[in-house]
Design a protein around this ligand. Structure first.
Ligand code: MSP
Length: 651
């Protein structure tokens, strides 16, 4: 099957921010998924370079429009290249073949009687490159999209007969019920169309930085309206009007867009396509905005977070994972380092990374790193069934572009793995001479990691290649078919040691935190008088207070006490084996015998300080400390209210 995926083309009036990175990451993930399952895939991105806004930005920068567009377009291309975005074509609306395609489309619309010449007078918002009818203006003057004042512009213009397509558009929304994703956005588009469509002015005479009209029009006063020029990129990139061999990708197109440009894609674009007698795209998928302090992030507001800085500090793939996991597709999300760190520590480090470390460690100890799935079915049929439930149903979330649900569901595989380790405690089986069972559990985990890494590949391509490399296979359509579609298990292999994939992050890593990332420290730190001197002085109020960063220097984890015994000759000490989600349980010697018997502690949980230097108590190694509270009524351990996975972070 052919599959066409596009990002919006980005305006070249400033550099990219995380909002742009988000659209691109989603599209890249879907393109990689499409290739993985064996589709012939075409992924398009690029830059939108014409229009009054760019012309003005170029002037302000003392450059020609073309020079300015070249520079900024290159920053987008370099960014995506640096981020290893797997696009097939990077289109620029200043490309000669694009401009020829746009002129041909214009001629066809003219010939069809869908474009006519008239006069236009209206309120025009230059930053949004859009005319707005009086009824939509805020306070009769301001742009309903960006809030800036509009200018009254009167000019001769060519019009596209948008009104003619009102009914066909409404029919389209009915017949292709998933045309707009998420479906919750369909009504707003339908209502807009049902309220009546005005014909659309599609040329401008007030500036010159645009695609000229076709020669046959014999009218060089006009240039094309930037949205007509821009939307047509989706077909000129496939060779429209020239070598059309790629045009058949178009009937299976998904355009990813932000919610602010949904109207252009769900109304104007299909109407243009109808006029050109071309097929409709499959989906217009509209995501929400990344905000800062609840406000839209945008170049013009100057409140942007630089995606390069985030990727440099935290790693590209963790950043990708975070963006796709954190926010339900279609909804807005607020970016914060704290939320990113939490995702890294809990999802990536605790759940995924630990499983790989554990089986590398265990297989090294138990079987010289050889892992064999031979007994997995015998000892773990329940887990295999649970895994199949996930792997056979999770992909529908990707096809519905619910990336957060997809990842959430996928993570159930790691829960199955972590639970199997707790339930089957391979180290106990080894001690009891039940090596087959211990090895079967290790192999079960290897299979979980294999299947999960294939399904996670579109989101974290490099990391999952590393996991697959350690497990002795390559991620490609063949292994997808084998391990996901046919639900096969891994053949016997020798696991390769890899360094820990996701070391925990204890405090924010972006030293020069952009303003957008300071909000999380605002609450925790006592506010200083605004007029206070800049240098770091400690006020009386602050004595004894620590910052959130200092707090997170302590690694607190939930531990499951799996063994407990009294220490001979000691009145106070108990020797415990505590599973904190690592390869082997830790030995912790705790002075709690007056308050707890050894048996009463087995299979209960406690909160462990996990990054203390190991100490020796009565000659015994103690690799952590249990948190406890003490008053006149005695001592009690600090425990989670409900059981949590061994190793779950506390903070
Ligand atoms: N050039 C037009 C698109 C033409 S497509 C034929 C355009 N460009 S843009 O650079 O302003 O925006 C590109 C994309 O980035 C849009 O989908 C927009 O929604 C998205 N984002 C811009 N700011 C954003 C956030 N703060 N958050 C998430 N995405 C946002 O529009």
């Amino acid at each position: 099957m052919k599959n066409y995926l596009t990002t919006p083309i980005y305006y070249v009036n400033g550099e990219a921010h995380i909002g742009h990175a988000y659209t691109t990451f989603i599209t890249d993930a879907l393109a990689r998924y499409s290739r993985l399952i064996g589709n012939e895939t075409y992924f398009l991105t690029g830059t939108d370079e014409h229009g009054q806004k760019i012309e003005e930005s170029a002037k302000q920068n003392g450059k020609s429009s073309q020079e300015f567009a070249n520079e900024i377009s290159a920053t987008f291309k370099n960014l995506w290249d640096g981020f290893d975005i797997s696009y097939d074509k990077f289109i620029r609306t200043t490309d000669a073949d694009h401009q020829i395609g746009v002129q041909q489309a214009f001629e066809k619309m003219l010939a069809k009687g869908d474009i006519y010449k008239g006069d236009y007078e209206g309120h025009y918002c230059i930053p949004c490159e859009t005319f707005f009818p009086e009824s939509q203006l805020v306070d009769g003057e301001f742009c309903p999209d960006c809030g800036r004042p509009t200018d009254i512009v009167k000019e001769e213009s060519y019009f596209f007969k948008l009104s003619k397509y009102e009914k066909p558009l409404l029919d389209l929304y009915e017949s292709q019920e998933d045309f707009i994703l998420p479906r919750s956005r369909k009504n707003e588009v339908k209502n807009f169309v049902s309220n009546g469509l005005h014909d659309l002015s599609v040329t401008r005479t007030s500036f010159t930085w645009g695609v000229p009209l076709p020669k046959s029009c014999n009218d060089d006063k006009h240039v094309m309206y930037v949205w007509l020029d821009a939307l047509l990129n989706y077909i000129t990139a496939l060779g429209y009007g020239d070598d059309e061999k790629n045009m058949d990708f178009f009937s299976n197109a998904t355009h990813f867009v932000g919610k602010d440009i949904l109207r252009f894609h769900a109304i104007y674009w299909p109407a243009f396509l109808m006029s050109l007698d071309l097929p409709m795209p499959r989906h217009i998928a509209a995501h929400g905005w990344w905000t800062r302090d609840g406000e839209k992030m945008s170049k013009s507001k100057g409140n942007v977070v630089d995606p390069k800085a985030v990727a440099a500090a935290y790693g590209l793939e963790r950043f990708r994972y975070f963006m796709l996991r954190e926010v339900p597709f279609g909804q807005d999300g607020d970016f914060s380092q704290r939320a990113l760190i939490d995702r890294i520590n809990s999802d990536l480090s605790n759940d995924l990374g630990n499983l790989l470390n554990r089986i590398i460690g265990m297989s090294g100890k138990y079987s010289e790193y050889v892992i064999d799935s031979v007994d997995v079915k015998k000892y773990h049929s329940k887990e295999l069934e649970e895994m199949l439930l996930v792997t056979s149903s999770v992909e529908r979330f990707l096809t519905e572009i619910q990336t957060h649900r997809y990842l959430e569901e996928l993570w159930k595989l790691f829960s199955i793995g972590n639970k199997a380790i707790e339930d089957h405690a391979p180290w106990v089986k080894m001690k009891e001479d039940r090596k087959d069972e211990a090895l079967a559990t290790v192999a079960l985990i290897a299979n979980i990691l294999a299947k999960a890494s294939i399904l996670l590949h579109p989101v974290m391509p490099d990391t999952t290649n590393t996991i697959a490399g350690a497990l002795g296979f390559e991620i490609n359509t063949e292994s997808y078919n084998k391990f996901i579609k046919d639900d096969a298990l891994l053949d016997t292999f020798t696991i390769q040691k890899v360094p820990a994939l996701f070391p925990r992050v204890e405090e924010p890593l972006m030293e020069e935190a952009p303003k957008a990332m300071i909000e999380e420290t605002k609450e925790e730190k006592p506010k200083k008088d605004k007029k206070a001197p800049k240098e770091e002085t400690t006020t009386e109020d602050e004595v004894g207070l620590i910052t959130i960063g200092q707090f997170f220097e302590t690694s607190l984890k939930i531990g499951t006490i799996i063994e407990a015994e009294e220490v001979p000759k000691s009145k106070k000490l108990l020797k415990l084996q505590v599973d904190v989600g690592e390869e082997n349980p830790r030995q912790i010697v705790a002075g709690i015998k007056d308050y707890y018997s050894a048996e009463s502690l087995i299979n209960t949980q406690a909160c462990v300080v996990a990054n203390l230097k190991p100490a020796k108590l009565m000659g015994m190694l103690s690799e952590g400390m249990l948190l406890a509270a003490k008053d006149e009524n005695g001592l009690c351990l600090v425990r989670p209210e409900n059981p949590r996975k061994a190793g779950a972070g506390v903070g």
